[in-house]
Write a new protein. Structure first.
Length: 268
């Protein structure tokens, strides 16, 4: 039985017998257009032309496309320029990297750099827009909290003065200092404006009579740390403390000026 040789991807292989050659064709190790040779053939011949080697179905089978390895080229200059511009001028960087994608694909180099430039340029374009939208909202929130604290401080000072007026009026005539237990009672006597008595939308007012005298303070309804706690010290000044409850439990309540602000500070 004659020996057969075959060529795959430009490499000569063999020898094998005819039965083995047929088996290689069936498992597609040899394709119809691959060359084979044996004694009796004038030259290397495509497998499809050798009688008895392939069935009609196998002869009609197309050979898979074999792509030759192409060495990678250099990274296109437009991609490099676009990547640099994505930091300095994001929109221009996105345009240059987008144009350079096709050239990078043809050169088989720089594709990743182009994609990175587009992503970075997009981030540098979007982030300033988000910051421009968020900053006014943040500032507006701070201004609103400050305005609410100023309003509550004014109301708290009015409550303190109203209690002093109520005490001096000696409503029951027993010549003993009296204090109104509620804001509603203060308002009913005319010592306090009814709008102040209705409390603040951002603060709750509290007061009590203690051995040292009348005490009143305001607690914010916002989350802790967003708005200051307010209280009236022994001199009648409204003070503020950030981050903890103001009132009889507070070290600053006794009149200490540590970490506090007087009511005049709210006019700054």
């Amino acid at each position: 039985m004659a020996d057969w040789f075959y060529e795959v991807d430009g490499e000569e292989r063999g020898p094998v017998d005819f039965d083995e050659l047929r088996r290689l064709c069936r498992v597609e190790k040899i394709h119809p257009d691959d060359l084979v040779w044996s004694e009796g053939l004038e030259d290397w011949t495509p497998a499809r032309k050798v009688e008895g080697l392939l069935t009609r179905k196998e002869r009609g089978r197309a050979a898979p496309r074999r792509e030759e390895h192409q060495p990678s080229g250099s990274t296109p200059g437009i991609v490099v320029a676009g990547f640099i511009c994505s930091f300095l001028c994001p929109l221009l960087g996105i345009i240059l990297c987008g144009i350079g994608l096709g050239e990078a694909k043809r050169n088989r180099s720089g594709h990743g750099l182009a994609v990175a430039g587009i992503v970075i340029g997009g981030l540098f374009t979007v982030l300033p827009i988000l910051a421009a939208v968020a900053m006014p909202m943040f500032i507006t929130g701070k201004v609103r909290v400050r305005a609410q604290a100023a309003q509550a401080a004014a109301s708290l000072q009015q409550i303190h003065l109203a209690q002093e007026m109520f005490r001096e009026s000696d409503a029951d005539g027993d010549r003993v200092p009296d204090y109104a237990p509620t804001l509603a009672e203060l308002a009913s006597t005319g010592c306090l404006d009814a709008e102040v008595a209705s409390s603040s939308p951002a603060y709750d007012f509290e007061m009590r009579l203690s051995p040292s005298g009348f005490e009143c303070w305001a607690t914010p309804r916002a989350k802790p740390g967003e708005a200051p706690h307010l209280f009236v010290d022994e001199k009648g000044h409204v003070r503020a403390e950030q981050g903890r409850r103001a009132g009889p439990q507070s070290p600053s309540y006794s009149g200490s000026s540590t970490a506090t602000r007087t009511s005049s500070d709210w006019d700054d």
